[in-house]
Design a protein around this ligand. Structure first.
Ligand code: NAP
Length: 209
């Protein structure tokens, strides 16, 4: 099974692709620009050049699974939140469903189910995540939705918690998200499930049981 990674050149995307390669899980990394392919080629990872703001249907060729970890990021305005985090994700779900993809794995965000509970400046982003998740839940393609807390850059502890109450803090390393994504890819039967993920004390199989 080959997993198309949308947002592969991002921080989580690269960490996941490296882990997948080491684990022998085939991936195809979707990157926006030709020069971004070099980092993946050096590691023997296949790439396809495509943009969520253009026609990216061709990226799905030969892929049985999709992992969406793209994002407009904090340095762009609400128009990119709409076009990438919302509409880009929704279009990816629709193409996956049309193509009969076996599973769609979404990197969402903690508490995306309640955008108005977020700090004011994060609400449009959370609303985009909320709507993209809702679109995926009602699509025909089986799904897994991972909802990480605030992302930080630390090596993976490979220890997790499933709630802020359990973790004591709203944070997770991007590398731990990559660990949880690899676990999801390897658990082929895991479908129509959602997981809040934070740094904690439990192993990945336990927290995603
Ligand atoms: N920040 C947080 O605290 C937080 C919390 C929970 C969840 N998340 C989610 O975590 C995910 C990834 O986080 P991250 O830190 O890895 O983000 P990142 O480093 O900013 O990576 C985002 C990736 O999305 C790609 N992208 C942006 N626009 C695109 C487009 N039009 N077409 C194709 N790809 C596009 C970027 O491409 P380029 O490399 O070309 O720029 C980049 O590779 C996102 O879904 C984000 O919403 C974030």
């Amino acid at each position: 099974m080959t997993t198309l990674v949308i947002g592969a050149n991002g921080q989580i995307g690269r960490q996941f692709c490296e882990r997948a390669r080491r684990a022998g899980e085939p991936v195809k990394a979707m990157v926006r620009r030709e020069e971004q392919a070099e980092w993946f080629a050096e590691r023997g990872i296949d790439t396809v050049v495509a943009d969520l703001e253009g026609d990216f249907t061709h990226a799905f060729d030969g892929c049985d699974e999709v992992l969406f970890t793209a994002g407009s990021g904090p340095h762009t305005g609400p128009e990119k939140t709409l076009l990438i985090d919302l509409y880009g994700a929704m279009r990816a779900v629709d193409i996956a469903a049309e193509k009969g993809v076996e599973r769609f794995i979404m990197v969402s965000a903690i508490r995306a189910e309640d955008p108005m509970a977020a700090p004011e400046k994060l609400r449009p982003y959370m609303a985009a995540k909320y709507a993209a998740d809702a679109h995926l839940r009602q699509a025909t393609v089986p799904h897994a939705i991972l909802k990480p807390g605030r992302l930080v850059d630390e090596p993976a502890s490979e220890r997790f918690a499933a709630s802020v109450e359990e973790a004591g803090e709203n944070r997770i390393s991007r590398d731990n998200v990559a660990v949880a994504l690899l676990h999801t890819v390897q658990q082929k039967a895991l479908a129509n499930a959602e997981f809040t993920l934070l740094d904690g004390e439990r192993g990945v199989a336990d927290v995603m049981a």
